[in-house]
Unconditional design. Structure first.
Length: 167
């Protein structure tokens, strides 16, 4: 393809990501239909963004894994439930039981090493909006006693990086 390929007005990447996440839901749904036990040697590694909207995990896990976490569904899990847009499962962490609710949109990887199958997902930008925060207190220019803006310093603490434009 050439560099002159126009931008698509159809969000193909998003459509494909959504369809692949549906594969995860279908696989987990089949496990539920089989009574909640994995067949044969199948087991799953599921990686997800812990800060994604809709993720519900205990606070001690969120503190330990503030960005991303991988869970393993193999021998000791319970109460696997699958809905159209998420799944929930019971797991034990350091002998402490926990229930996790994970939206499919938060998943970044799904692997079944028993059959060498894996899917990688792009993090959904719209789903990962930053949390609201207070305005920084150092954004406004300093003022002198007369209310006029104080002169800027010499800029010695400013770093400019120019990566150039790739052609």
């Amino acid at each position: 393809m050439s560099d002159d390929t126009p931008d698509s007005l159809i969000p193909y990447d998003e459509i494909v990501q959504e369809a692949l996440r549906a594969v995860v839901g279908r696989v987990l749904g089949q496990v539920v239909d089989m009574g909640g036990a994995l067949p044969g040697n199948h087991h799953f590694y599921i990686t997800f963004k812990t800060g994604a909207p809709g993720v519900d995990i205990p606070n001690h896990l969120r503190e330990r894994f503030p960005d991303e976490m991988t869970i393993v569904l193999q021998n000791k899990f319970w109460d696997l439930c699958v809905s159209d847009d998420s799944f929930s499962v019971g797991l034990s962490f350091n002998q402490m039981p926990a229930k996790l609710v994970i939206p499919f949109s938060a998943i970044t990887a799904f692997v079944d090493p028993a059959v060498d199958f894996g899917l990688q997902f792009q993090a959904s930008i719209t789903a990962m909006e930053p949390e609201p925060h207070d305005d920084a207190e150092n954004d406004s220019p300093e003022q002198d006693a007369d209310g006029a803006a104080a002169p800027a310093d010499d800029g010695s603490n400013v770093v400019t990086v120019d990566f150039g434009r790739k052609k």
